[in-house]
Design a protein around this ligand. Structure first.
Ligand code: SAM
Ligand code: GLN
Length: 280
């Protein structure tokens, strides 16, 4: 089979499996076997080698089962960084890049910052890459996720202090921080069944939903995170848009002030920021 034919075949099969970006994904699959977009234009009649064809049909079968392309290829991009992703970690989302972008300008020089529930390490690694002056800590309750995050830090040559444990607990010996940042599990359990198969059937439940109480992590942050922050330190959270007002209502004086909800690029209330301590 020639490379241009392979592209049409892949795109057709992917579209028939209900995949929206079939054309784009067919190009990514070809690129992963060494046929770039430029090759497709300049040498469309190039014959694929048997092992390239085999690899492509193996990947196609997995993608037709709606396994996310990022797990199949083992990589995802976040804030310009190439991250390895296994099924132990959430595939980092574009909204979370917005969280990093919003927080960055507010982090004081030399700040000590912690990312809670780091997954692939996305937030912590982006902060460390953008701001070598920061000291970055990252936690997760999943040993497999932490192993993946550590491997990513090593591959990128970034220095993160990884800690294992439940929510804020592992940060106790290192407090106080200038900022805490988190994209915790927040999808209400009853919404899981209605999610895209890529998310519902392949991403870790532990990363998606906190269980019966959708606000579990926000209650915990509202009650306890101020004790882990310097007075006036900042909390930056991603949240479930339909629960934004309920989430914000948890963050009250005197523990919190300067509370703000922020929208994502789709216009949804997606982030919360607040400062610890009473207003000065
Ligand atoms: N920060 C990553 C990102 O934005 O791509 C991953 C976010 S994912 C929504 C939530 C992460 O929290 C998962 O990696 C999960 O393993 C972790 N997690 C779940 N329960 C936790 C807990 N009780 N304590 C710490 N981490 C937890
Ligand atoms: N925002 C992700 C999604 O919609 C879930 C991430 C999370 O629960 N924090 O699939």
């Amino acid at each position: 089979m020639q490379s241009a034919e392979a592209r049409r075949w892949l795109a057709g099969q992917l579209a028939a499996a209900g995949i929206d970006e079939a054309d784009y994904e067919s190009c990514l699959l070809l690129k992963a076997v060494g046929v770039s977009a430029l090759d497709l234009r300049t040498a469309p009649h190039q014959q694929l080698r048997p092992e390239q064809r085999e690899q492509l049909s193996h990947w196609l079968k997995r993608r037709q089962q709606r396994e996310p392309l990022q797990y199949i290829l083992g990589e995802a991009w976040f804030y310009g960084l190439r991250l390895q992703v296994s099924p132990a970690v959430l595939i980092p989302r574009p909204e979370t890049e917005e969280l990093v972008e919003k927080a960055l300008p507010h982090l004081p020089p030399g700040a000590r910052v912690a990312d809670i529930g780091t997954g692939s390490g996305a937030i912590a690694l982006a902060l460390a890459a953008q701001r070598p002056d920061l000291t970055v800590y990252a936690t997760d309750i999943s040993a497999d996720a932490l192993a993946q995050a550590r491997a990513n830090a090593e591959a990128l040559g970034l220095n993160i202090q990884f800690l294992s444990g439940d929510t804020l607990e592992p940060l106790r010996p290192y407090a106080p921080f200038e900022a805490l940042i988190s994209n915790p599990p927040y999808i209400p359990q009853q919404n899981i069944a209605g999610l895209a198969p890529e998310v519902r059937d392949f991403e870790p439940q532990l990363a998606l939903t906190p269980g019966p109480d959708a606000l579990h992590f926000y209650r915990c942050f509202a009650a306890e995170a101020a004790a882990y922050l310097r007075l006036g330190g900042q909390l930056w959270l991603e949240l479930e848009a339909p629960l934004a007002q309920q989430t914000a209502a948890l963050f009250n004086a005197p523990l919190w002030h300067e509370l703000q909800l922020l929208r994502d690029l789709s216009g949804h209330w997606r982030f919360l920021t607040a400062r610890s301590g009473p207003a000065s």
